[in-house]
Write a protein that binds this ligand. Structure first.
Ligand code: ZN
Length: 202
């Protein structure tokens, strides 16, 4: 079951219905649907949403993380950290994009995955209708449960266009959300190290 901040998909994608919705929307905007600029727009929008923005519903964390590599159990709290993974997602409240970078860390307990798999894991959840707060949480929980790691930490820095291009229009505002699981949730020293490492990577 997805977390409350992630809108579940309960039926298959219907591109025709999506396009019809966009046609209705444009009609509601009062614009001329026969105009060459917008004639193909409903189909184009449906395609982009189905294939690019919401394609994260098609897979699960297991498939995305792929094969594990067995590694010796670390003697100390040795962190694996990938910083500045760029991502984009859609706000379920306004259907406007938010985009930024993700910093992802975990404490391996015998199982590791390729670094780029962590980036794909971010995309898996980002390409759904999901709140930024929930996105951080889902990525951290998936790493912990799939890799059996002792802990995972995720920090997201993003421009929420809901806030920068509409509403308040605070163009410089950035939203930071984080999620800590396992040892990261229990130990302040690990959280501090994680944040310090991100700083070093800048
Ligand atoms: Zn919004």
């Amino acid at each position: 079951m997805p977390a409350p901040g992630e809108t579940p998909r309960i039926r298959p994608v219907d591109r025709e219905k999506m396009a019809e919705g966009i046609r209705l929307f444009l009609e509601g905007c009062g614009v001329d649907l026969a105009d060459p600029n917008v004639r193909e727009t409903p189909g184009r929008v449906a395609l982009a949403w189905a294939d690019e923005f919401l394609d994260g519903y098609e897979k699960n964390a297991r498939e995305v993380l792929g094969d594990f590599y067995e590694e010796r159990k670390p003697a100390a709290d040795e962190m694996v950290l990938v910083t500045h993974i760029d991502f984009q997602s859609m706000c379920p409240h306004h259907l406007l994009p938010y985009r930024g970078v993700a910093h992802v860390a975990y404490l391996p307990a015998g199982r590791i995955v390729g670094f780029s798999r962590l980036a794909r894991l971010v995309d898996l959840f980002a390409h759904r209708l999901i709140l930024q707060e929930t996105l951080a949480r889902e990525v951290a929980e998936a790493i912990r449960s799939e890799l059996g790691s002792a802990g995972a930490a995720v920090l997201l820095e993003a421009e929420q266009t809901c806030m920068t291009v509409r509403g308040e229009r605070r163009s410089q505002a950035r939203a930071i959300t984080e999620a800590f699981s396992g040892d990261f949730a229990e130990r302040a020293d690990l959280r501090e190290r994680f944040v310090r490492r991100i700083g070093v990577a800048r």
